[in-house]
Design a protein around this ligand. Structure first.
Ligand code: DHB
Ligand code: MG
Length: 228
């Protein structure tokens, strides 16, 4: 083990820092607060990204100068709104979810945020919808059912160009990702997804842990360097 630069934190200390950053760099607003409340009231699982994570996605949209964004897993559209706000003129997001009830809530949230024109919602099984889409996309955010992550990666590579950025959510799962004996289908999906990222010579990937108000989780980050 390499020497640590700093003492080991508790998750409570990490959450204090998460809020410190969020208050300065990703201040919430009445729209995002109403979106979170609407999603909770609709009975969605509390899987909206944290404010600093939404801001990470927004900054990635701008770094990549993405005009065509693809999201797998809309839920209530919190992350979609974060990314849509960062789009430049003419940019748009295609976002997929299989839950028609949640998609209606997301549509209301997009209206509230004033981003409806930039968003195309597709309701259906993601693998089926992906097969109907025309690429290439500049930035792809995979944030849906984790057992399908390996299949989503295969599908989105067909919708990529050289230079496409692919971000995967929830790749740490409270540390469970590194358990070689896990039988959790979500963990297995993420492990197989990371293995595909690692072994595809056309992809250059990393993964970053995040700690704070969403607990201990993280993102994978990939650039497509070549296509078969
Ligand atoms: C899960 C899914 C998510 O997208 C998330 O952000 C957190 C957890 C899950 O399926 O467990
Ligand atoms: Mg997620």
């Amino acid at each position: 083990m390499r020497a640590h630069d700093y003492p080991t934190p508790t998750i409570e200390e990490c959450t204090v820092v998460d809020h410190y950053f969020a208050n300065r760099l990703a201040p919430t607003d009445s729209v995002l607060e109403r979106v979170l409340a609407a999603n909770q009231a609709a009975g969605m699982p509390p899987h909206d990204v944290a404010p600093v994570q939404g801001k990470f996605l927004a900054v990635m949209v701008q770094i990549t100068q993405a005009k065509r964004v693809l999201e797998i897993g809309t839920l209530g559209g919190y992350s979609t709104i974060c990314m849509a706000r960062a789009l430049s003129e003419g940019g748009h997001i295609t976002t997929i979810d299989n839950n028609a009830d949640f998609a209606l809530v997301a549509a209301q949230n997009f209206e509230l945020a004033g981003v409806t024109e930039r968003i195309e919602q597709r309701v259906g099984t993601a693998l089926e919808v992906l097969a109907t889409l025309q690429g290439p996309f500049d930035l792809i955010f995979i944030d849906a059912d984790k057992p399908n992550n390996p299949a989503y990666l295969d599908a989105v590579l067909k919708l990529s160009r050289v230079g496409t950025t692919i971000i995967g959510d929830n790749v740490v799962r409270g540390g469970a990702v590194s358990n070689p004996n896990s039988a959790d289908p979500n963990v297995l999906g993420v492990q197989r997804f990371l293995q595909k990222l690692a072994t595809n010579p056309n992809l250059n990937s990393t993964a970053l842990q995040t700690v704070g108000e969403k607990g201990w989780d993280g993102f994978s980050l990939t650039v497509v360097n070549a296509l078969p």
